[in-house]
Design a protein around this ligand. Sequence first.
Ligand code: NAD
Length: 251
Amino acid sequence: MEIANKVFIVTGGASGLGAGTVRMLVQNGAKVVIADVQDEPGEALAKELGQRYVHCDVTQEADGKNAVAAAKELGALFGLVNCAGVAPAAKIVGKNGAHPLDLFQKVVSINLIGSFNMMRLAAEAMSANSPEPTGERGVMINTASVAAFDGQIGQAAYAASKAGVAGMTLPIARDLAKTGIRCMTIAPGIFGTPMIFGMPQEVQDSLAASIPFPARLGRPEDYAKLVHSIITNDMLNGETIRLDGAIRMPP
Ligand code: NAD
């Protein structure tokens, strides 16, 4: 499977793992729609790489449709990489009382329902593609987290949303198999991105120390390499792959 000249949408493509994925795809000759809510860095990255930026809140059906329409202007949509996500922490009972219900709903809405919204719209577009010689019509890659399997205190909403992302991967892959569309999920450990750089330094240090090998935070390029492997290996389907350096979270 060649990446060159294929059209991709990368949600959360303005920053972190998404931006690293955009760079990898463009280096390999793909055409990319960067879909994000951070317009300034999204526009800047699109300009730098000669690609397209679309303001797209993944929770909104109309925004998702706009991103798919923008991709179709570049050619047949072949790939979706769902990197949009948020990770606010809150305890079940904290200083200000019970975990805010609206915070839980927001996290699930962006991380889980937003991923599903983009997948259903992308799959609809991909199913109209002419198949590759292999029979493939497209590939969709979600981003879960090791929190889906090993959630920490304060991560109830985040872990639930990411477990949902991992959980929907296999049924969607099975559903779409006859159409030649694959669905995979990557569950990253701890990666050096703005999501992590926003944490206190001691927390970042203890997170880095929890990665036995390669004994460093993951980099967006590490994530992008796995995205490349998934796109180019059509035997990978329906799986959630941990990408975490055998992380063992501090107690
Ligand atoms: P990041 O904050 O750098 O990037 C996340 C991007 O998502 C941002 O550009 C943000 O604007 C965008 N976004 C947020 N809400 C959105 C919405 N409603 N619609 C569209 N875009 C939206 O963080 P990152 O580390 O690159 O995270 C990428 C993904 O990887 C997330 O899903 C995150 O949960 C997951 N992840 C990250 C780590 C890590 O250690 N960095 C670990 C596990 C999983």
